[in-house]
Design a protein around this ligand. Structure first.
Ligand code: SF4
Length: 160
């Protein structure tokens, strides 16, 4: 019964992932593209993706920009508030590696300097198509990993 509920939760999570967006120091161009991906023109919502106002309700954290020293602690706090399993997507070259801000005295670098990142979407700015592609690929790889886990479990006990 618990297994069935877990399966249902995973299915629901994959069919309707909720996202939260956080600007860790971006120039705002990547943020505009993230917002564009959520508007009817690109319609990220057709994949069940909804934007949430609190990390406690979100599955995916979309980060834009390099991590500034000022926002580093806040980013970690937001990350910690996301329920498991949580996913982080670095949107834009700055979020991937620091980009044009690399080496700047007030910057830590890319998002993975502060928290673990599951997917990197390069581009300056990253286009809405690339953002949609990245999020859907990330969820697909999570689905495949869950299926693999289930298969290994069945194999381990010898059951079908
Ligand atoms: S990747 Fe380009 S558009 Fe995005 S935050 Fe950095 S400088 Fe701005």
């Amino acid at each position: 019964m618990i297994k069935a509920v877990k399966k249902l939760i995973t299915w629901a999570r994959l069919k309707s992932p909720w996202v939260i967006h956080f600007n860790t120091g971006a120039c705002n161009a990547c943020d505009i593209e993230i917002v564009a991906a959520l508007t009817p023109t690109y319609d990220l919502e057709r994949f069940g993706v909804l934007q949430k106002g609190t990390p406690r309700h979100a599955d995916v954290l979309l980060c834009s920009g390099p991590v500034t020293m000022q926002l580093q602690d806040r980013l970690v706090r937001i990350y910690e508030q996301l329920p498991e399993p949580k996913f982080v997507v670095a949107v834009g070259t700055c979020a991937c590696s620091g980009g044009v801000f690399e080496g700047c005295y007030s910057m830590l670098g890319g998002i993975d300097e502060a928290i673990p990142v599951n997917a990197y979407i390069p581009g300056c700015p990253a286009s809405p198509d690339a953002i949609i592609d990245g999020v859907t690929k990330l969820l697909k790889s999570y689905e495949d990993a869950e299926k693999e886990k289930l298969k290994n479990k069945k194999g381990g006990t010898g059951g079908k």
